[in-house]
Write a protein that binds this ligand. Sequence first.
Ligand SMILES: NC(=O)c1ccc[n+]([C@@H]2O[C@H](COP(=O)([O-])OP(=O)(O)OC[C@H]3O[C@@H](n4cnc5c(N)ncnc54)[C@H](OP(=O)(O)O)[C@@H]3O)[C@@H](O)[C@H]2O)c1
Length: 383
Amino acid sequence: MATTADTDAMRRAIALAARALGATSPNPVVGCVILDAAGQPAGEGFHRRAGGPHAEIHALNAAGDRARGGTAYVTLEPCDHTGRTGPCSRALAEAGIARVVYAVGDPNPQATGGAGTLRAAGVQVEQGLLAEEAEAGNAAWLASVRLGRPYVLWKYAATLDGRIAAADTTSRWITSAESRADVHRLRAEADAVVVGSGTARADDPHLAVRGVDGAVQPLRVVVDTEATAVRPGARVLDGAAPTLIAVADDADTTHLKAAGPGDEPVDVVRLPRAEHGLSVPALLAALHTRGVRSVLLEGGPTLAGAFVAAGAVDKVVGYLAPVLLGAGPAVLGDAGITTIARALRLRMTETVRVGPDLRVTATPGDSPADSTTTAVPTSHKER
Ligand SMILES: NC(=O)c1ccc[n+]([C@@H]2O[C@H](COP(=O)([O-])OP(=O)(O)OC[C@H]3O[C@@H](n4cnc5c(N)ncnc54)[C@H](OP(=O)(O)O)[C@@H]3O)[C@@H](O)[C@H]2O)c1
């Protein structure tokens, strides 16, 4: 039975882990808190970047001798393998930790087994404390392990009547400055930000993170089949963040050879064509190979439709502005859905006011019967 001290320590570990969202791929975010034998805080830490020390090692270093006889609270099962760093299971046992409480088992076949090693070394091991909270904090990474492809969050900004641009294609700015700042937080938490060639042509977007302290810049990806939308001088080529242009196997990319910062070649990935544009599964596989575990899909509607059709949208975040346009492109293009029976039903998980706008979060899955009937309070969060 977990005590209040156990729960407080694990909650702190989960909060620590969240500080590194967007910075650790291809690794998960992990937090660790160590209480000494008397139950007093002795050390804490979190995994800051791939290749750097794991959370447990930071916490053990901070705790020093006070780790002996103490309890370590870890958001993910301590690893049992030697990668770029040594196994945390052994480090914990060697430091004399008497008890390890972890929230979520490690699904990664190469890293799992830490709990067994700890038990074999005589350490008391417990699993499952605040597992749901810890899983939510690592949702993208856990899903990427399960799916074998990056987790995809599709974000859009729309008017209340579901338009993402006016009939004359002008679209700046539909939503408020507060919503746009919130999007920079989503970018900071993602490993890659993806747009299609239509958006690149219409908006010349920058796609880097601004205004988020300590953010690791995501990979900026433009899906540009014919290699015609991203021209030398495009804002995505300014060097503020890494950039990748996805093109067809046979596209002519001569103009990108010296269009990067300092006249460097632009990073290009060649992919097979699909019926329209490029293959979405091939794109996601290529990103996964490059260590991308979470993608923020920023549109536009045509590419988003292709992702939905491919079953490759894991979460939707819509920013709805109290604005009406009456004409102009809709949020989502053709997703291969032609009849109501095939509609993609989502489960609403959060609705929050952001400045004058409403941010709606939903995930694919069965819709609970009551989800369409309740009035939306000013700020309402459910799990
Ligand atoms: N409010 C918002 O949230 C928001 C967000 C983004 C964009 N927008 C607006 O959306 C408009 C652009 O819309 P859009 O639909 O043309 O842009 P888009 O979805 O960014 O780009 C569509 C293009 O992507 C390429 N593509 C590559 N692979 C594809 C695939 N598998 N499936 C579909 N397309 C693929 C296709 O052109 P090629 O094959 O020729 O490369 C396609 O025409 C602009 O007005 C922009 O301002 C609004």
